[in-house]
Design a protein around this ligand. Structure first.
Ligand code: N01
Length: 542
């Protein structure tokens, strides 16, 4: 039999840049490098379609928590005017339609290679080139390697004893079957009550014969108040898009709304309650903006946390269930705050049971269901809404090796160390879109993505115009940035949630480091601009 060529022996295909991933980031990066700089670019994508997060996360109830009109690209005014969002919060299928439209509209598909999983990337020091290998043994080479792999794309299925013996079906929400799952007549168990579990619970409860929700940490949630996008609202948004985008870019979290300048402690109890009530009625992530210091001052935060706790107690009829659902171990919004449609109300249904894993932890999965310390819960389907190996997981999965063959895993053994979240010393010409150490998941993602893609594009143009072959973050600038990321996190209440994925706490054995940059989008953007204006200060160019 003829021998299969090994990846070493196969000839490499050469480009100016390789991009890994065809979600929001990869699509726009391809457009910028190819259509603005005229580079030859190959996008390698594991899935058989574009969309990234929105390709994989098709679980029941999956919908964006940012509002449709600003969870979108801002780079094309024509695209903004042409596209019609149908709801306040877009469903996953609508975002997927949008991204497919973008891919077609900008003729991106011809440079994307689907069903191609990157399994290795090594930097060739002598030639200043990245060599990228794929699961099928193909090889690609390019001076620039850009990861567009998302922050929440490596599914975290907990290693619970006995899962392989489970007689029913099981799914992770981030790897949801495209044909859907039929819950009719089934006993379903859902593990996890983060944003995903909170979105999926009401929808599954309405379809299944019975739903058992296994909760480890009780969570705060604010109503989303989703609804159709009215033609009047749509018209007003389209007439004001430039100003809306400007506001989002100049904000802390990439959302185009004002954060109050007042402290929660500067108003009377009555006034505070009235403001929280109004924000609760309006719904959405904007609840955080009612006062300026909800994430800065514990006493201020307590007022919001207590308001939400009281809401939970008023919605959930059974006081024991309400008590279990009431978060007490972390401040509101110190973990990414979910928003919901009838989440707490769902626990008033007869076919829904809440199991408090803090009181009775899961011991194992048995063929008939889940066994906790106190009982066995018979199930036909288990849904893992157990989140992701966030931020570093998707990057480490690429098996990236920099100068001297040093694995990224080793460079990040004690947690990620980047300069601006864009580069890591020892990994020249590698750019990580929304990498750890950048605002990424603390913002409305498309805003963070566009800023990174545009910065990388300008940086590559700068290098090419000057005939430079290589850019690499210096260790000194990186040390200073890591210290600043740490300091920015500790100026907030965010590190107080010790079970948060921001800290890597949800993945056993992962280093506990606060990974995203909490200093705010506006501040981060001006910092990146200053770095570029000073000839890429903190980077070594040659
Ligand atoms: O994941 P999570 P997610 N046994 O890590 C529990 C974005 N997002 O998929 O808190 C039992 O937040 C875990 O418990 P604990 C958004 O940024 C966006 O929900 O670690 N339970 C937690 O309850 C979000 O924050 C949108 O104690 C276990 C849950 O599983 C991020 O994605 C929608 C367990 C995981 O919560 C991740 O959200 C959805 C175990 N072994 C998500 N391991 C939109 O905008 C974990 N858990 C649409």
């Amino acid at each position: 039999r003829a021998q299969q060529p090994t990846s070493e022996s196969r000839p490499a295909r050469t480009y100016d840049a390789i991009i890994v991933g065809a979600g929001f980031s990869g699509l726009y990066q391809l457009h910028c490098l190819r259509d603005r700089l005229g580079l030859s670019v190959r996008v390698l994508e594991a899935a058989d379609g574009v969309g990234g997060t929105w390709y994989w996360n098709r679980y029941p109830g999956a919908r964006c928590d940012s509002e449709s009109y600003y969870y979108s690209y801002s780079f094309s005014p024509e695209l903004e005017q042409d596209w019609e969002w149908t709801e306040r919060y877009p469903e996953h299928s609508e975002i997927l339609r949008y991204l497919n439209h973008v891919a077609e509209r900008f003729d991106l598909l011809r440079d994307i290679q689907f069903e191609t999983r990157v399994t290795g990337a090594a930097f060739d020091e002598a030639r200043d080139r990245w060599s990228v290998t794929t699961a099928s043994g193909e090889r690609f080479e390019a001076p620039f390697l850009i990861t567009a792999v998302g922050c929440l794309s490596a599914a975290n299925v907990p290693a619970i004893e006995g899962l392989e013996r489970f007689a029913g079906e099981w799914y992770h929400t981030g790897r949801w079957p495209h044909e859907g799952v039929d819950f009719a007549g089934k006993r379903v168990g859902l593990i996890g009550t983060g944003s995903t579990g909170i979105q999926a619970t009401p929808v599954i409860a309405a379809q299944a014969a019975h739903l058992t929700v296994f909760q480890r940490t009780a969570n705060y949630s604010v109503p989303a108040r989703n609804g159709p996008m009215s033609p009047e609202v749509q018209r007003e948004i389209k007439a004001n898009y430039a100003a809306i985008r400007e506001k989002a870019r100049a904000s802390t979290n990439g959302h185009p709304f004002d954060v109050s300048e007042q402290s929660a402690l500067d108003v009377t109890e009555e006034e505070r309650r009235a403001r929280y009530e109004a924000a609760w009625e309006r719904g959405g992530l904007r609840f955080r903006a009612v006062f300026r210091d909800l994430l800065l001052d514990k006493a201020a935060n307590d007022t919001a946390s207590e308001f939400i706790r009281a809401k939970i107690r008023s919605i959930v009829k059974d006081p024991e269930v309400a008590a279990k659902l009431t978060p007490t171990d972390h401040p509101f919004a110190s973990k990414r705050p979910p928003i919901d449609t009838d989440y707490f109300e769902t626990f008033n249904r007869d076919n829904v049971l809440l199991v408090d894993l803090k009181a009775t932890p899961i011991e194992e999965i048995v063929p008939e269901g889940v066994r906790t310390r106190d009982a066995t819960y018979p199930l036909d389907v288990i849904v893992f809404a157990t989140g992701f190996d966030a931020l570093t997981g998707p990057l480490l999965a690429l098996d990236i090796r920099g100068s001297g063959g040093r694995p990224l895993k080793e460079a990040w053994a004690a947690g990620p160390r980047t300069y601006l979240g864009l580069q890591t010393p020892g990994f020249p010409n590698l750019f990580t879109i929304t990498g750890p150490g950048s605002p990424s998941v603390l913002t409305n993602m498309p805003i963070a993505i566009e800023q990174h893609v545009e910065w990388i594009t300008r940086c590559i143009a700068h290098l090419r115009e000057r005939g430079l072959a290589r850019i690499e973050a210096t260790p000194e600038a990186t040390e200073a940035w890591v210290a600043h990321v740490n300091e920015a996190a500790h100026a907030t209440l965010l590190p107080m949630a010790n079970s948060s994925w921001y800290l890597g706490a949800n993945v056993p054995g992962k280093p506990r480091v606060f990974m995203p940059y909490a200093g705010g989008m506006a501040r981060y953007r001006s910092h990146c601009e200053a770095v570029a204006a000073k000839g890429y200060e903190g980077f070594a160019l040659r």
